[in-house]
Design a protein around this ligand. Structure first.
Ligand SMILES: Cc1ncc(COP(=O)(O)O)c(C=O)c1O
Length: 345
């Protein structure tokens, strides 16, 4: 009789799907199960996570859901610090899994909630001495957890020439690209971000596209892993998400659309290279938004908007609304935007 794993074990492994001759999708049900399982197991092994200890984390997205699933099946209390932008279906699911959702309401000066959320986590950790915080933005176990995905890609596809994926904490792209490069050092890594996200040097501001981008630069984002960065606007990402569904029947979320947009463009221009696009989560959570034509129209978007092509810019500040691309060249943030803007002492 084969040994069966629990739900996180069973769902965290992505499937590789062929989209065209040289373009493949790495489609996850919920990508964040990869770091969630790895971080929690490692912390328990290292004695940092005692049985029954509360887990505290800041997230308004899929890492929270993955942690809530992990904590439900291991019977651990979980507090998730989030902000008012959290969507109602996700919140219902988190609470049904037994998580406490703690909402911060104050924005940082740039408009984002990240700094306020981190301050709230620190407050909770001080109040709960045995609590454990997975710290997806700084914990090196986040990128390290993706070595298993790199192995899966190498087993199933052999040499991958280009990996394209959305960037939030940096864990998935940096972890997968660095592990793949042990076998294929010439792998091209393309990070997908959105305007007004500070990850690759844009000024902080309000963003419609959620799940990628950030209002702080996380320690887990190793800029030197990236050959190229694309900034994609919400409208193009939404239309590409719908296109991915209609054309390839892959029912995924909007960060997958952004990734597919950039990856399909690159693959079409490089027919001899094998490109893999990372698709981080399924579409169910977005049925009332990205998959609802009325919602798109009300926001000024359309499911049929043409993707077009990116404008190649020479600096992060030149990436204006639309779709921009910068040849990053595996440089640090300070090398690209200058030490002052990168916050380097
Ligand atoms: C739906 C979705 N896509 C992409 C990302 C970015 O992944 P990473 O945090 O590994 O950079 C996230 C991060 O939370 C996400 O929730």
């Amino acid at each position: 009789m084969p040994a069966f794993g629990d739900v996180v074990e069973a769902y965290r492994i992505p499937v590789v799907v062929r989209l065209t001759d040289n373009l493949y999708a790495l489609a996850y049900r919920l990508m964040k199960m990869v770091p969630a399982r790895h971080i929690m197991r490692q912390a328990a092994d290292q004695g940092l996570l005692e049985p029954g200890a509360t887990v505290v984390e800041t997230t308004s997205g899929t890492f929270g859901l993955a942690l809530a699933m992990e904590c439900a099946i291991t019977d651990r209390p979980l507090v998730l610090v989030s902000d008012p932008v959290i969507d109602a279906p996700l919140r219902r699911r988190l609470e049904d899994l037994g998580a406490t959702v703690d909402i911060v309401r104050e924005r940082a000066p740039g408009g984002g909630y990240q700094a306020t959320r981190l301050a709230r986590v620190a407050e909770l950790m001080a109040a709960l001495p045995s609590a454990f915080c997975p710290e997806q933005y700084t914990n090196p176990a986040n990128p390290a957890s993706y070595a298993l995905v790199a192995d899966l890609l190498a087993d199933q596809l052999g040499q991958v020439d280009c990996l394209v994926g959305p960037v939030g904490s940096g864990g998935s792209m940096c972890g997968t690209a660095s592990a793949l490069r042990e076998a294929y050092p010439d792998l091209r890594a393309i990070g997908v971000d959105t305007h007004r996200s500070v990850l690759f040097g844009q000024p902080d501001g309000l963003r419609a596209l959620r799940g990628l981008g950030n209002s702080l630069v996380p320690a887990n984002l190793d800029h030197r892993q990236f050959d190229e960065v694309h900034w994609v606007d919400a409208g193009r990402a939404y239309a590409a998400t719908r296109d991915l569904h209609r054309r390839h029947a892959l029912f995924m979320g909007p960060t997958s659309g952004a990734s597919y947009l950039a990856g399909a463009w690159w693959a079409a221009r490089n027919p001899d290279a094998l490109t893999v696009v990372v698709l981080p989560d399924e579409g169910f959570r977005y049925l009332d938004t990205v998959y609802d034509d009325g919602w798109l129209t009300a926001g000024g978007w359309s499911a049929d908007a043409p993707g077009g092509r990116p404008v190649t810019v020479s600096g992060a500040a030149d990436a204006v609304d639309g779709w921009s691309r910068l040849l990053w060249g595996r440089r640090s943030l300070a090398e690209v935007v200058g030490a002052d803007l990168a916050g380097v002492a």
